[in-house]
Design a protein around this ligand. Structure first.
Ligand code: GLY
Ligand code: MN
Ligand code: MN
Length: 496
């Protein structure tokens, strides 16, 4: 099977040829590989139950869940690898593990047998060891052996070279389902087999994999708690860095960089591109260019989250006065959003509609827009989903999404189990209303123009209510001012 992984690096024009003497010399004189097997990954105790839940949904079917391959960023340089989220969930492998690996659940009389196919490390006698810049140990580090991967994951493992036969085995009498978007080359190869699957059958697998993650297990909840705690620390570091960000110019980039430093240090990475949006930029919902200045009289909208090595991510937004003090107009808008967010969080209860937090938040925002004389219709007319919606000019997005391994988690779940579903214990959702008054919006009072505010927390639904996983970060405006003032003082102490 001509997997992408077998290709040699594409750009060879600057490669210096290796002499025969070098090839004879390079495999010699290395200490043996470490004899001890690694400890299981933190998630290994939990993944069997997840695979069992999946297995029960598809008796008799062969299930193929690829990690995906390396993606070219430019020329011969790849993006840092991140496995497909379903693969990470079912294997416990996070960070940058494991390009080209494939989890196969092979049907048996009583369920499925899971096997993880991957590229075990190449021996030092292989050319890959020194000559392959994409996969070679000298270039990208040592991969696991079969025994080491089995110890990490608790899975039966096999060499990726055996995958072709495993997929072809009895294919014409088997329904093979694959996560199509994870690995295009492998999907093409599965499609070329004469088997009983179909694109619809594959979509059912993707849906099931998404829905499996709607309610988090205990381990996942702990990870979410940790991701939020680490993100809160990084937000504090950003606040400390604000005076420097103002001084330097291109302060949004400075903010992004400070947050990114802490994300890479405390976790795996940022869970999504940081939005560091000052002033009017906050009105661009996905402002990730982050190339603007920070000015003392502006608000900074910081929407950022740390993703742990296990890939669980926080997704938190705070909107902060760059100077440490809100202006009167900023405070008015801020307080409206805060009130809406509290209404949304209060509505995030087990058994409530998924949309309840959104609707509760919108009722508050619409009332404020009406009070301020901005809304061209009554609040009641605007909230009518059939004929209204005028308020969406100032908050075009929804307040909530599921959060987990993906920042927008469980996206392939059926609408009836997501947007039209109910909240259940173990779900983690965001509550993130906002108001965005663009500088160019002539319908809003001048004092509000160029002010964008969003407040976002990560909410765990519990058996009897909810828990705000990101509550460590202040959001009451007085508390924010007090918090910032302490952080500014401490950071100037550090400098002196
Ligand atoms: N950071 C993306 C979002 O809040 O959904
Ligand atoms: Mn969000
Ligand atoms: Mn966000």
């Amino acid at each position: 099977m001509a997997r992408v992984s077998e290709e040699q690096p594409k750009t060879r024009s600057r490669a210096i040829p290796y002499s025969e003497a070098f090839k004879t010399f390079i495999p010699t004189g290395w200490a043996p590989y470490a004899p001890d097997l690694p400890e299981p990954l933190p998630a290994t105790a939990w993944t069997q139950a997840r695979r069992d839940s999946l297995s029960a949904l598809f008796p008799g079917d062969r299930l193929v869940v690829p990690a995906g391959g390396l993606k070219v960023r430019s020329n011969d340089t790849d993006y840092r690898f991140r496995p497909h989220s379903a693969f990470a969930h079912l294997t416990g492998l996070g960070t940058d593990r494991e390009p080209d690996a494939v989890l196969v659940l092979e049907p048996t009389d009583s369920g499925h047998d899971a096997t993880l196919y991957f590229r075990p490390r190449a021996p030092r006698t292989s050319e890959e060891f020194y000559a392959n810049a994409r996969y070679g140990e000298m270039w990208v580090g040592q991969r696991e052996s079969l025994a080491e991967m089995a110890a990490l994951t608790g899975l039966t493992v096999a060499d990726i070279a055996d995958l072709e036969d495993a997929l072809a085995k009895n294919a014409s009498a088997t329904r093979v389902r694959i996560v199509r978007e994870a690995d295009a080359a492998l999907t093409d190869q599965v499609d070329a087999l004469d088997h009983l699957g179909s694109a619809e059958a594959d979509a059912e697998l993707s849906t099931a994999l998404s829905e499996l993650r709607l309610c988090k297990d205990e381990f996942e909840v702990d990870q979410m708690r940790e991701a939020c705690a680490k993100t809160a620390v990084a937000f504090e570091e950003v606040v400390r860095a604000l005076p420097e960000a103002v001084r330097r110019g291109r302060g949004e980039r400075w903010v992004e960089g400070v947050f990114g430093l802490h994300a890479r240090h405390a976790g795996n990475a940022v869970g999504y591109d940081t939005i560091a949006a000052a002033g009017d930029h906050a009105c661009t919902l996905h402002w990730i260019r982050n190339d603007g200045d920070l000015r003392g009289d502006e608000l900074l909208l910081l929407d950022a989250g740390i993703e742990l090595d296990t890939l669980y991510t926080a997704d938190i937004t705070r909107t902060l006065p760059v100077s440490g003090r809100f202006s009167e107009a900023q405070r008015k808008v801020y307080e409206a959003v805060l009130e809406a967010q509290q209404a949304g969080i209060d509505a995030a209860q087990p058994g409530a509609d998924f949309l309840a937090p959104h609707l509760a938040a919108v009722v508050v925002l619409v009332k404020r827009l009406e009070d301020w004389g901005i809304l061209p219709v009554s609040a009641a007319e605007s909230v009518d989903p059939e004929t209204g919606g005028q308020h969406r000019r100032w908050m075009v997005h929804g307040t909530s999404h599921h959060l987990g391994i993906d920042v927008h988690d469980c996206a392939q779940a059926l609408a009836e189990n997501y947007r039209e579903g109910t909240l259940k214990p173990g779900m983690v959702i965001t509550v993130e209303p906002g108001l965005y008054f663009k500088e160019t919006d002539l319908l809003v009072p001048e004092e509000f123009r160029g002010i964008g505010v969003r407040i976002e927390d990560d909410i765990l639904i519990t058996a009897d209510g909810n828990e705000n996983l990101s509550a460590a970060l202040p959001k009451d405006p007085d508390e924010i001012e007090a918090w910032m003032s302490v952080l500014f003082e401490r950071s100037s102490d550090r400098e002196h």
